[in-house]
Ligand binder design. Structure first.
Ligand code: PEP
Ligand code: MG
Length: 580
């Protein structure tokens, strides 16, 4: 498997500015941080953090002209030493780890950034300064390119730190060897940090940055280390703090109750064994079938999802393909991207969501107004109004992808609030021969689901936004995470309403928010009557395995019990009692 191709990238074409992380006070008491789950499993342990390169001051002023050739040679030797060490480690590693290290070694010897540093040295810059400036230039380039390339920024910074350490006679920066099994937390992890990890000592990984295709994710998958990326607030968790990491739900609890943590770890080990053995399709122990689907954001993620027992794609978040685009992709280009996902799940159900632009996912080409409160502003389907043709061109591309692959997708609109919006979307989708549905993410849509269903063929409940809007709590806020918990009975009451409306007219109602990734809650959702569950690939085996261990009646009893509770804690406890 080769996940990226740094060696084929021309580094000398684009430039942009870097954004910097803000800092705030350390997290000390029990707080639940949320991120993107990548590798399932639960682990508890002390936090370790990778060692940073101490601040190295480049000598003030420029290097004498007569000494510049020697400075350039010193730089070349240091860069070569770093590349050789990485190559040696690649030779000793296997699989993805080996490929990742080899690619970083290649990047360390890439002529473009070496040339940029050499040019600076020839102009008088000391090697340390030249390295820092040249890497900054290419970090900006990669950031601008976005997507997989932006994730390689960590590799560049890692190379920079290693070369500067080499030039300065300092030890190589990296992950310390812990004395006890520990959870490695970092802003992001470089390949050289992760590729050599010992899974018996580094039992969990969490990063502030990174996505499901970052190095951290790739290596964590290979090593089977529970992993959560893009954890909001992680930078404030100090080394030494005890954390409970849940790679299935994507949470990190700081300073957890020791007994609860031990119970969670043991239960997860047992569940993991059963998940490993689950091969699908989704059904309860007594044979009630519920499609277990994957949430994906591009062809690569769809191909990865195809390796799990996922029966199809329940949510393809198309906006994530275009976050770094300045201009709208052509219909043909869009069709190609969508076609990759359809190809990955050839002959199976694929639900493509139209652009959910706005709020935390602005698209440069989608013309967003400046808003004080973007989560309540022009996002999702509301974008279509101010951008004539955008929705139609996307529907045309989706239909073209369906025709080209022979796999006709379903299509759904995000952030529907009224039946009129649902009708307008459904009319447009049908013009292109597509099967239309809408997401239920706004309480108004759940309350009037029966009216919406007069126009569309299916509903898909987005519990992430439904929780945000029901509880009036920002889903990005770690401080409000208990409010945005999908176990909130008010949220589940709205889910129940939408499901009942679907059942009344015999139309499918699925859940594609993170609620479907929680095995226990997934069973409750089935008890409420949802017809499909769609979750991140990493969560699928655990969800399917749990469902296969309980009966439909147990799920229904749990759903009734949960709906009778007043708090998320009571709801969880009620479900645990009935579904264990
Ligand atoms: C949701 O809101 O639950 C959902 C699936 O959409 P997103 O997370 O992309 O907003
Ligand atoms: Mg949403």
């Amino acid at each position: 498997m080769c996940c990226f191709t740094l060696d084929r990238v021309d580094l000398s074409t684009v430039s942009s500015n870097l954004s910097h992380m803000s800092t705030s006070s350390p997290v000390t008491s029990q707080v639940v941080l949320r991120g993107v789950p990548v590798v399932g499993g639960v682990q508890c342990g002390p936090v370790i953090r990778p060692g940073r390169l101490p601040v190295v001051d480049a000598p003030a002023g420029d290097v004498e002209e007569s000494a510049r050739a020697a400075e350039a040679a010193r730089f070349s030797t240091a860069a070569a030493a770093v590349a050789n060490r990485l190559r040696d480690r690649a030779g000793r590693a296997t699989g993805a780890a080996s490929e990742v290290l080899a690619a970083t070694a290649t990047l360390a010897q890439d002529r473009a950034w070496l040339g940029a540093a050499e040019k600076r040295i020839a102009g008088g810059a000391p090697a340390v300064r030249a390295v820092a400036e040249a890497v900054d230039q290419f970090v900006a380039l990669f950031t601008q390119l976005g997507g997989l390339m932006a994730e390689r920024v960590t590799d560049l910074r890692d190379i920079r730190d290693r070369v500067i350490a080499e030039l300065s006679g300092l030890p190589e920066p990296g992950v310390p060897l812990p004395d006890v099994p520990s959870i490695l937390c970092a802003e992001d992890l470089a390949p050289a940090d992760t590729a050599g990890l010992d899974p018996s000592l580094v039992i969990g990984l969490a990063t502030t940055l990174g996505g499901p295709t970052s190095h951290t994710a790739i290596i964590a998958r290979q090593l089977g280390i529970p992993c959560v990326v893009a954890v909001d607030g992680l930078d404030d968790v100090a080394a030494g703090a005890t954390v409970l990491l849940d790679g299935t739900t994507g949470t990190l609890t700081v300073d957890p109750d020791p007994l609860e943590a031990a119970t969670a770890v043991t239960a997860a080990q047992h569940a993991a064994e059963q998940a490993r053995q689950w091969t699908g399709p989704g059904a309860t122990a007594d044979g009630h079938t519920v499609a277990v689907l994957a949430n994906v954001q591009d062809g690569a993620a769809a191909r990865a999802a195809r390796q799990t027992p996922a029966e199809g794609v329940g949510l393809f978040r198309t906006e994530l393909c275009f976050l770094n685009r300045d201009t709208e992709p052509s219909v043909a280009e869009q069709a190609k991207i969508y076609g990759e996902v359809l190809d990955a799940f050839d002959g199976r159900k694929v639900v493509i969501r139209t652009l959910d632009a706005g709020s935390d996912k602005p698209l440069k080409f989608a013309g967003h107004p400046d808003e004080a409160n973007p989560a309540l502003g022009v996002r999702g389907i509301r974008i279509a109004e101010g951008n004539p043709g955008l929705l139609h061109r996307q529907l045309e591309a989706i239909a073209a992808a369906g025709a080209a692959t022979g796999n006709q997708p379903w299509v759904m609109a995000p952030m529907i609030a009224t039946a009129a919006e649902a009708k307008s979307f459904a009319d447009a989708a049908r013009t292109y021969g597509l099967t239309p549905g809408v997401m239920i993410e706004v309480p108004a849509a759940a309350l009037l689901a029966d009216k919406i269903l007069e126009h569309v063929d299916f509903l898909s409940i987005g519990t992430n936004d439904l929780a945000q809007y029901t509880m009036a709590a920002d889903r990005m806020s770690a401080d409000l995470a208990t409010l945005t918990d999908p176990w909130q009975p008010a949220v589940l009451a709205l889910v129940a309403m939408a499901v009942r409306a679907g059942a009344a007219v015999g139309k499918p109602v699925g859940v594609c928010g993170e609620a479907a990734a929680d095995p226990l809650l997934a069973c409750v959702l089935v008890g409420l009557g949802v017809t499909s569950l769609s979750a991140a690939s990493a969560a699928i085996p655990a969800v399917g395995a749990k469902l296969s261990q309980v009966t439909l009646q147990q799920c229904r009893d749990a759903a009734d019990a949960v709906l009778a509770t007043a708090t998320a804690t009571e709801a969880r406890a009620a479900a645990l009692t009935l579904l264990q």
